[in-house]
Design a binder for this molecule. Structure first.
Ligand SMILES: [Zn+2]
Ligand SMILES: [Zn+2]
Length: 167
């Protein structure tokens, strides 16, 4: 996810480049594409990608793969002048994306942030996930656990005893 943009930085404002993203890697499919445009201050990155990442189910705590379609729109600012290598002003915004002093634009961090922003707050491995047993901690998707039945039995025991006596 690292692109050398030295050449593009030397071109005039409005120049563009398109790249395929992460071909041959498992995490990104080939429909993904990155489009870069030289701006007055840096490079505008526009990327469409579907990522496959691992999330942890908020109910049963089991990791599962989840695919997310990301549409990234970010401006990247060079930390060094491409011609002279002199340091450049980078906007003082928090989380501004930069092109490093080797003219590498790295999309990884943006992808990470977009995934977090887009991902569900409470991911579920499946809609019907049964979660964990509150008594023994077992995964109820994988095992039938009788803890809850037993718990109810013990709570009802005095009542049952009473009924037995009366009966
Ligand atoms: Zn689950
Ligand atoms: Zn249990």
């Amino acid at each position: 996810m690292r692109y050398n943009v030295a050449q593009l930085l030397k071109e005039e404002i409005g120049s563009t480049r398109a790249y395929p993203i992460g071909q041959g890697s498992d995490s990104y499919n080939e429909a993904n594409c990155l489009w870069l445009m030289r701006t007055d201050r840096g490079i505008w990155a526009s990327a469409q990608l579907s990522t496959l990442g691992t999330s942890v189910c908020s109910r049963c705590l089991v990791p599962f793969s989840q695919s997310l379609e990301l549409s990234i729109e970010e401006e990247y600012y060079p930390v060094a002048d491409v011609h002279t290598g002199k340091p450049m002003e980078v906007p003082d915004e928090e989380g501004a994306f930069v092109i490093d002093d080797a003219n590498i634009l790295d999309l990884t961090e943006a992808v990470r942030q977009y995934r977090i922003a887009l991902g569900p707050m409470k991911p579920l491995c499946s809609e019907g996930c049964l979660g964990l047993c509150t008594v023994c901690g077992g995964n109820l998707n994988l095992q039938d656990c009788t803890c809850l039945d037993n718990a109810i039995d013990s709570r009802l025991a005095p009542l049952l005893q009473f009924l037995n006596r009366e009966g």
